[in-house]
Design a protein around this ligand. Structure first.
Ligand SMILES: *[C@@H]1O[C@H](CO)[C@@H](O)[C@H](O)[C@H]1NC(C)=O
Ligand SMILES: *[C@@H]1O[C@H](CO)[C@@H](O)[C@H](O)[C@H]1NC(C)=O
Ligand SMILES: [Zn+2]
Ligand SMILES: [Zn+2]
Length: 442
């Protein structure tokens, strides 16, 4: 490999640290700016790039659902063992927390999610999912590979690090809140800041996109059972029709966003599930409906949740039906809004700008999608960004959760280099201030 690159990288960092420790207030921006560029160069070398591609493909072939990522977790631990990186396991069932550096503060975390989706892959390729009904259709296989790629690079010069980089491999991002369980298990105890990314087919490769403040919406799911009294479809007077009641519930729910929400405060209520009856001439006893609701502020989210509850039961009762509502169906939990720290946003723009050019660091509008990264970012400063992977010359890419979803593997070096750069520079810039001597006080 390009040994000179390593030497240069280490040199650049060493230089910076030496200056910092000697309390020289004038730091060369050029030296700092070179770190992300060098990391990208290293990450594109076959030793890192091909290694990540291989890991990503192995994980892709064996997708596992939330809290069942046993083989994925084993694969990650085997690589960490080979790299000589220490870690805690199990954290939240299958999660892993690795450590690179001094073991002392400051601590900065970089995070990847590990879970796949319950769907059939339709992409015909050599490394297609080998598990029926399961697929990495959100790119979490690539997220794991990129975090390992960063770990491999960072471990090479662990002795240069002034602090500790915490590697967070979390389970169950897709609805079950693996991040919350990791948090409760102490995964980011003492951590000063955390970074996370998501591959994005909406942005070009070499482009990153994010924003300060609320970035991804808060998200909740609900399921309601509307009970009436079934009977002959031609004798409705002897029944209490839950199909009609559920239909009116759904129509009434549409009015929450259109009539009760501030049009400038983005919210969504969608009913995605409607199950009831099975015959043309039988009114069923009950209907099950379900859906999701989204909002950015805590207040709007709480208000929406309360009104969904009220509307479902009150509207059902108009047609003499009873309703029960469950906000934890399928172990889904409520995700808070993902709020990006404003200082980290500025920091990110500099680091990513150094690596990719400022024109490739885009600011986006908030997105109604949700991420359980929000649980981390509620507790410590966090920053979540999208990593573009579209390349027109290779054809269009389907969006996440499509059975035709593909990862452009050219993206892997970018993600690994961003993880490594963000963490390394963060430590450099957050050294504890040197102890003052008495003379300094005078
Ligand atoms: C609704 O609940 C009440 C009280 O439990 C019960 O008396 C009634 O029969 C229920 N109605 C239906 C349609 O299930
Ligand atoms: C886009 O794809 C083309 C064709 O495979 C390739 O030559 C080019 O390097 C890719 N661009 C990036 C930025 O990866
Ligand atoms: Zn997803
Ligand atoms: Zn995802």
């Amino acid at each position: 490999m390009g040994l000179s690159k390593w030497v240069f990288l280490i040199f650049a960092i060493h230089l910076f640290v030496a200056k910092h420790i000697s309390s020289n207030p004038v730091l060369s921006p050029d030296e700092l700016a070179q770190i992300p560029v060098n990391f990208l160069d290293v990450a594109k070398k076959p030793e890192i790039r091909d290694w990540m591609i291989d890991i990503r493909r192995r994980i892709h072939e064996n997708p596992e659902l939330g809290f069942e990522e046993f083989e994925t977790s084993k694969l990650i631990r085997a690589e960490l063992d080979r790299l000589g990186i220490s870690y805690n396991y199990p954290v939240a069932v299958t999660g892993i927390v690795g450590f690179i550096g001094t073991g002392e503060p400051p601590f900065v975390a970089i995070r990847a999610d590990m879970d796949a989706l319950a769907m059939e892959e339709r992409v015909e390729w050599e490394h297609k999912s080998k598990v029926p009904g399961k697929m990495h259709a959100c790119g979490h296989d690539a997220h794991v590979a990129m975090l390992l790629g960063a770990a491999k690079m960072l471990q090479e010069y662990r002795h240069e690090l002034q602090g500790t980089i915490v590697l967070v491999f979390q389970p169950a991002e897709e609805g079950s809140g693996g991040a919350k369980k990791m948090l409760e298990a102490g995964a980011i105890k003492n951590v000063d800041a955390i970074f996370g990314l998501h591959v994005s087919p909406a942005h070009h490769i070499g482009v990153v996109a994010s924003r300060p403040g609320p970035t991804l919406s808060g998200s909740g799911f609900f399921e309601a059972i509307i009970s009436g009294k079934g009977g002959h479809a031609a004798l409705p007077q002897h029944t209490i029709d839950p199909i009609l009641a559920a239909s009116n519930v759904i129509v009434s729910l549409q009015h929450l966003v259109s009539r009760e929400a501030d049009p400038l405060d983005s919210q969504v209520v969608t009913i995605a599930k409607f199950q009831g009856g099975g015959a043309f001439n039988v009114i069923p006893d009950s209907v099950t409906i379900g859906g999701t609701f989204r909002a950015f502020s805590k207040e709007s989210f709480a208000q929406l949740k309360q009104r969904i509850e009220e509307v479902v039961s009150a509207q059902a009762s108009v047609q003499r039906c009873n309703a029960t509502i469950n906000f934890n169906a399928d172990n889904k939990i409520i995700y808070p809004t993902t709020v990006n720290d404003k200082d980290l946003h500025e920091y990110f723009q500099i680091v990513a700008g150094n690596m990719l050019g400022p024109q490739n660091v885009r600011e986006i509008q908030p997105v109604m999608g949700a991420e359980d990264f929000s649980f981390f970012a509620e507790v410590i400063p966090g920053y979540f960004y999208f990593l573009g992977m579209k390349n027109e010359t290779q054809g269009p890419l389907e969006s996440g959760h499509s059975p035709y979803f593909k990862v452009n593997e050219d993206v892997l070096p970018y993600g690994a280099a961003l993880h490594a750069s963000l963490a390394t520079k963060y430590l450099l810039q957050h050294q504890p201030s040197p102890k003052r001597s008495i003379h300094d006080e005078l």
